[in-house]
Design a protein around this ligand. Structure first.
Ligand code: GLU
Length: 435
């Protein structure tokens, strides 16, 4: 059982860092979050009472640039989880070559139990509490689990009200009407699709129409599923927090997504125009999705979905980590021995932060790009990152995660070397001549 997500993340980092043969200074740097803030958000409820919500922000490391990472609203979040997520953001931004460090935030709240007005007050209270900690050049938040573009818009507005300036670059993932970027909504799912589609070309035994099961059907999973379906993959199973559906024929993901937006439930349907019909399927418990005999299992829910407890059930040949940290370190070692290929989170879900970077750059320059421009640049960056990870995997590393960490840690190492490590200082008694 995993008791601390952050401890698990640090152990994985140390294990992969040692395999990468980076300098010990890099591993040491990455074991120490640079700053964290804990706050309590006093929020007026619709009935007039006041409730206090614990809130967190961790700026993990900023050697490569300002902190970057989402804010989640979830009843089980805490500082331990936020620090783990901030560590992964640091690796992710370094891996895909962004000028950002890593950060993450969270509010301990069940958003489903609150009205939209309460959620707006929580969002604004978060920005007031984190004032001085976040900022367009220090730490830039974005959406994460159960937060969205509208919430980012409220947060930007609160920051600007406090500082009496216009500062669109303080947060990314905003609505396009409020200087958000085209394509940010679909970026995480499409980024994962671009990587998976490249990976599949390396595994011809999976054929033209691989069978896919998706655990967790939120925004990223939907956009990925939509792109996969269009490309001929067969989406045979979907799950959410309440249950799962299975059909050997495969599902029409757009109909199911449209219905889920309205009724908040997962229904096996096919719609033509406004007429929807139920399609033959098997209803299952949500955790039955792990044991399905499919080619590809997409994990798009929360961390530690696959642990030592259920890893033996897995039959998929490829796992895609759209969520952050869905496979525990112990489970990964077992999957690795079984020959399961894992497309790791720090690469698979990096599309979101890549387009966040584009949004921030557009906000800074006040020049806005078309959807086509954004998606072309996203595809290029994801495919280049995949190719580089694949190349390192082929030449030096056993798993794709090892290769991804090697690339990210090497970039952090270069920055550390530029600042001077023990080697440099121990051998330089005199100042270097200036040119
Ligand atoms: N929450 C997303 C992630 O985990 C996006 C972060 C961002 O856009 O800054 O990568």
């Amino acid at each position: 059982m995993v008791t601390s997500v952050f401890e698990d993340a640090k152990q994985r980092l140390e294990y992969l860092g040692n395999l990468s043969e980076v300098r010990p200074e890099v591993i040491e740097l990455m074991k120490h979050p640079s700053a964290s803030k804990i706050a309590s958000l006093p929020v007026r409820m619709d009935d007039g009472s006041t409730r206090y919500f614990p809130a967190y922000r961790c700026r993990y490391n900023d050697i490569l640039g300002p902190g970057k990472g989402g804010i989640r609203f979830h009843p089980n979040t805490d500082l331990d989880e936020v620090q783990a997520l901030a560590l992964w953001m640091t690796v992710k931004c370094a891996l895909v070559g962004l000028p950002f460090g890593g950060a993450k935030g969270g509010v301990e709240i069940d958003p489903k139990a609150h009205s939209q007005m309460e959620i707006e007050r929580v969002s604004r209270a978060y920005i007031r509490a984190m004032n001085g900690f976040i900022g367009p050049d220090t730490d830039i938040p974005a959406p994460d689990v159960y937060t969205n573009a509208r919430i980012m818009g409220w947060m930007r507005d609160e920051y600007e009200a406090i500082h009496q300036i216009k500062a669109p670059g303080v947060i990314t993932g905003k609505p396009t009407a409020l200087e958000g970027s085209e394509g940010r909504e679909q970026a995480t799912g499409l980024g994962a699709f671009f990587c998976l589609d490249k990976l599949i070309k390396q595994i011809p035994s999976l054929g033209e129409s691989p069978r896919v099961a998706i655990q967790g059907f939120g925004n990223a999973a939907y956009h990925m599923a939509h792109a996969l379906k269009k490309k001929g993959y067969n989406i045979v199973a979907l799950s959410d927090s309440k249950g799962a559906i299975y059909s050997e024929e495969g599902f029409h993901v757009d109909s199911i997504w449209a219905e889920k937006q309205q009724s908040k439930s997962l229904k096996a349907i096919y719609c033509e125009g406004s007429v929807c019909e139920s399609v033959p399927h098997k209803a299952m418990e949500n955790d039955e999705i792990f044991g399905l005999d499919v080619d590809i299992l997409i994990l798009a829910a929360l961390e530690n979905s696959v642990t030592e407890e259920n890893v033996e059930d897995i039959k998929a040949k490829v796992i895609v980590e759209v969520a952050n940290g869905p496979v525990s370190l112990a489970a990964e070692k077992i999957l690795d021995e079984k020959g399961v290929v894992i497309l790791p989170d720090v690469l698979a879900n990096a599309g979101g932060v890549v387009v966040s970077y584009f949004e921030w750059a557009q906000n800074k320059s006040a020049l806005y790009w078309t959807l086509t421009e954004v998606l072309e640049r996203l595809q290029q960056r994801m495919e280049d990152s995949f190719d580089e990870v694949w190349r390192i995997h082929q030449n030096h590393c056993h798993t794709l995660r090892q290769a991804a960490y090697k690339k990210a840690l090497n970039r952090l190492e270069d920055a550390l070397i530029a600042q001077g490590t023990k080697d440099y200082f121990a051998h330089s008694q005199h100042a270097e001549p200036s040119s």
